[in-house]
Design a protein around this ligand. Structure first.
Ligand code: 26Q
Length: 800
């Protein structure tokens, strides 16, 4: 059974690829096949595939010269492992498997050797990676700009049920996929002061760092187009002070280099909270300043002039993290060029777009004017100038729309004012952006805010992650669904066909077996009959892993008391990391482990309920867990999750969703039909009203004997018998604060979970609904999202 149609002469292709891999092993790595381990084969395979990427890459570069281009600026790109994805997109996945067979190495082992580059925290970073995949598949000239973090997001381990973090040394052996570009190297300044030259301000940085480009190729499906993900590495302009070294000051001689390297040492592991650190601002500026120089170099190479920058580039800011690009653009357009400020603002706003990913006040970036003025003195001046320029146009503007207020620079307002289009990431979120955070901006700039509902790439999230499903889709629909996901609607006609539904059941069973193999080393034995219930995402109070756990405890109690007549065997899987400084999130992780310990050891309930929390959830683990899920948990408090993208991946892999009317769940439910979605909980206005009511949690708990019983078990230390009071912080939270209304949504969630049980007891009906989910979710391809950005924001067209 094949994942892709073979080439014209497949056997020749297999032999040639095997020879190319063996040649790379010997000639590039200096290793004899007999001495090669899986890691060596992985590197040799990557080198052989990379050679094949270079051909379309160079062709795409040549074709894109002088054409309008997208620059996608993001502090995060969660690309996932590259080897398998690259082979798939080149149309060589099956050929590669056969070639490695010939060499006596299993493809899976080779794929598993590649470190998963964790250059992002979660949804925002993974979205950026899906977007790059779609841009290349559609044949749009684009560059992703990011940072080459030496250490990605920390690795998560568990000790005594608590999260422990360790560094993610993904570059320990250099990645064959990172192509150094010594010709793309720029100086980036920091600090210093602003002087005057010919009566005009001029920035004299106090420190300079060199930005050096490393490109990851992003291959489009079919191998017809390749774009670069350009990651900047910081180096000292002079790595070494030789005279100083010779004088015996060995450490001092490399101080500049150590200082520069600090910049890209590590990814900030906070999402949704604002770590107001100077180093973070420096990282953000480093990315933007290098990208702007690179963009200008391209623009000039194609014969462009400063005045026409907006004609050749669309620059997208992935949240406010790269918003400092706005004053940077104004600076390079005006300082020492003779261009006036107003013209510079016209070009800047015509070039920039801003995507908002959050409504949470604690996640909105703000820097003190002191920090901004110290790290980037010229930019601080320009920010004030942008603010006055805006005020001049809107003399009666409300305080909320100011960029600089109360000695802070609000990056959201800076991004909004500097962009011609601002977008939210789901219909509900965009409405809330319009009516809440940016309501006053919307009044001043009607029409600037639009919606571009998120999507995910079907290449990685179906074809690569779920080969049995991909084969079934190709059998049913023919090739082509990979780049035209609306074709999934062709499955509608098949949902009454018992043979098809049976096949879909086998696909799910195979995915569960793959998940079983992943979890087996931890001693987990899965019941293949059990409903697989999965919640994987960053651990955050608003995402309400705690609510899921409360329901698990309630179910356990029902099972023990013989009250769970309709229950089906269930395995609840949690996955995700907590920001290292986020105490409540870490407490929740610990409670999940404590509950799992007790529940999994209970002989009375063991066959009916298991709770599993594998460590270090990342893209590679998602590729295994998501296809195996029967039930997708998308249970955030309404009005808090901007979109979610995991929800889409699960649905496309045939999971049913239990979820609130939040983020893109709303649109998913509309597409699949309310009868094929387990809805529960308050709406956004209801949740807001509830949270504004003093004592809302207490009254909800008092009205729910079941929830009282669950909280009582925690309070009685049933899950922490050797450490009484361990979970008192969580209990205090739920009784007295409950900022995300777990208590008020509990009964409705519990009731809907019982509906899940009763449907799962009717396998044919369940499968039919799962099939309908797949058939009706084609809209959530990131290809559709990117087409939206192209038309509404970027004004670009494909080149293939
Ligand atoms: C900010 C300042 C300092 C340090 C870190 C940060 C920071 C880092 C990452 C702030 C936010 C993030 C990440 C946000 C994020 O992942 N948002 C998610 O974006 C997805 C794609 O649009 C949505 O689907 C999710 O709903 C949203 O939570």
């Amino acid at each position: 059974m094949k994942l892709q149609a073979g080439g014209q002469d497949e056997a020749v292709g297999v032999v040639a690829l095997a020879e190319a891999i063996e040649a790379a092993l010997r000639a590039d790595l200096g290793i004899e096949p007999a001495a090669a381990d899986a890691a060596a084969w992985q590197r040799a395979t990557a080198i052989a595939l990379r050679r094949k990427v270079m051909v379309p890459w160079l062709a795409a570069e040549a074709q894109a010269l002088g054409k309008r281009r997208v620059a996608y600026l993001s502090m995060e790109f969660l690309v996932g492992r590259i080897l398998g994805d690259c082979a798939l997109n080149l149309g060589l996945y099956d050929t590669l498997g056969l070639a490695l067979d010939r060499l006596g190495v299993p493809l899976a082992a080779v794929i598993g050797e590649e470190p998963d580059p964790a250059l992002g925290n979660g949804g925002l970073g993974r979205l950026a990676a899906c977007f790059l995949d779609s841009l290349s598949t559609l044949g749009v000239a684009a560059t992703g700009y990011g940072l080459r973090y030496e250490y990605g997001l920390f690795r998560q381990g568990f000790a005594g049920g608590q999260q422990v973090e360790s560094p993610d040394d993904w570059l320990k052996t250099p990645s064959p996929w990172l192509v150094e570009r010594p010709s793309a190297s720029y100086l980036v300044g920091f600090g210093g002061h602003v002087g005057f030259r010919n009566g005009a301000p001029y920035w004299e940085p106090g420190e300079q760092v060199s930005a050096e480009a490393h490109d990851l190729p992003v291959v489009g499906y079919g191998g017809k187009w390749v774009n670069p993900l350009r990651l900047w590495q910081a180096r000292a302009p002079q790595p070494f002070d030789l005279p100083q070294f010779s004088r015996g000051d060995h450490l001092g001689a490399s101080e500049a280099e150590l200082n520069a390297r600090k910049l890209c040492r590590v990814l900030y592991p906070d999402d949704e909270t604002q770590a107001g650190k100077e180093l973070r601002l420096k990282q953000e500026y480093f990315l933007c300043a290098a990208a702007v120089q690179d963009i200008l170099a391209r623009h000039y190479a194609a014969g462009g002039r400063l005045e026409t920058l907006h004609k050749s580039f669309a620059i997208q800011m992935n949240d406010t993290h790269p918003a400092i690009v706005a004053p940077e653009l104004v600076r390079v357009l005006t300082d020492g060029t003779g261009m006036g400020f107003d013209q510079a603002m016209r070009i800047t706003t015509a070039t920039l777009g801003y995507t908002n990913h959050t409504l949470m006040p604690e996640a909105l970036e703000a820097w003190s004017t002191w920090t901004m003025g110290t790290v980037l003195p010229r930019h601080m001046q320009i920010i004030e100038q942008i603010d006055s320029w805006h005020e001049k146009q809107h003399p009666k503007r409300p305080v909320s729309t100011k960029i600089v207020a109360f000695d802070t620079v609000r990056m959201g307002n800076l991004a909004f004012i500097s962009a011609h289009k601002v977008n939210g990431v789901s219909a509900l979120h965009s409405d809330l952006v319009r009516s809440t955070v940016f309501a006053d901006m919307e009044a001043l700039h009607p029409g600037r805010i639009l919606n571009e509902t998120n999507g995910v790439t079907p290449r990685r999230w179906i074809a690569l992650a779920n080969p049995p499903l991909a084969r079934l889709l190709t059998d049913e629909l023919g090739e082509g669904w990979q780049t035209d996901l609306d074709r999934l609607s062709g499955l509608e006609a098949r949902v009454e066909d018992a043979g098809f539904l049976d096949h879909l059941g086998q696909v799910k069973a195979q995915a569960k077996a793959r998940m079983g193999a992943l979890l087996a080393p931890q001693g987990v034995v899965l019941n293949p009959e059990a409903l697989v219930d999965v919640q994987v995402k960053r651990i955050h109070e608003y995402k309400r892993q705690f609510l899921n756990l409360l329901e698990a405890i309630a179910l356990w109690q029902d099972l023990r008391e013989g009250r769970a007549s309709g229950a089906v065997p269930r395995v609840k899987i949690f996955g995700g990391k907590a920001a290292p400084g986020y105490h409540m999130a870490k407490s929740i992780i610990r409670l999940i482990h404590d509950v799992a310990d007790v529940v999994n050891r209970d002989p009375k309930t063991r066959d009916m309920l298991q709770i599993i929390y594998p460590a270090n959830y990342n893209v590679s683990m998602a590729e295994v867990l998501i296809p195996a899920a029967d039930l997708s948990e998308q249970i955030s408090t309404a009005g808090t999750e901007a979109s979610g993208t995991g929800n889409m991946k699960f649905g496309l892999n045939g999971a049913l969703t239990i979820g609130t009317l939040d983020g893109a769940n709303v649109e998913m439910r509309e597409k699949v039909g309310p009868e094929n979605f387990f809805l529960f909980g308050m709406t956004t206005p209801e949740a807001r009203a509830c949270l504004a009511t003093p004592g809302h949690a207490r009254s909800a708990i008092e009205a729910s004997p079941r929830l009282q019983e669950v909280l009582q078990l925690i309070a009685e230390n049933r899950f922490s018998p050797t450490d009484p009071g361990r979970h008192s912080g969580i209990l205090d939270m739920i009784w007295n604060h409950d900022p995300y209304a777990c208590a008020s949504d509990f009964e409705s969630y519990y009731a809907q979970q019982r509906e899940v049980d009763s449907l799962y007891a009717k396998p044919l009906l369940w499968r039919k609904k799962a099939a309908l989910n797949i058939a009706r979710l084609g809209f959530f391809s990131s290809d559709r999202t990117i087409r939206g950005y192209m038309e509404d924001i970027w004004n670009v067209t494909p080149l293939i």
